[in-house]
Design a protein around this ligand. Sequence first.
Ligand code: ZN
Length: 161
Amino acid sequence: MAKREIRKEGDEVLRKVTKPVEEINKKILQLVDDMLETMYGADGAGLAAPQVGILKRICVIDVGDGPVVLINPKKLNESGEQIQAEGCLSIPGIWGEVKRPDRVTVEALNRKGEKYTIEGTGMLARAFCHEIDHLDGILFTDKVIRYVELDKVKDRDKDKA
Ligand code: ZN
């Protein structure tokens, strides 16, 4: 495994729409491993492939319950509403409140290429939305309601993705 460079806001790769993964081969699995290592190394809660310069529909998430790998994720359902502060590994030092659904169901492929569905509430639901937005070239700052100071963000909400 190897850490990859995290692309920062201003890099046009972050604004591109990604392409579905057609075949889960060694290269894709290596990318997934590298993304996990990069996310953990940066103390992040999520990372999407464009953040390491790859225009494929892959993201990894860990909001504290273990790694979730989403290949070609699709939102099946969303409900409720939450407003919480978010940060992004590609936009260091900036925090802002974003309105997201409180419950999100996602269908994706796992690393074996098997289709599965996963439901997330709260932080996980937010991470699904934040990461899937990255796959469509959308950054959380596009949706911020209000920027906040880092020291006013509650500890459990200090998740960069
Ligand atoms: Zn992000």
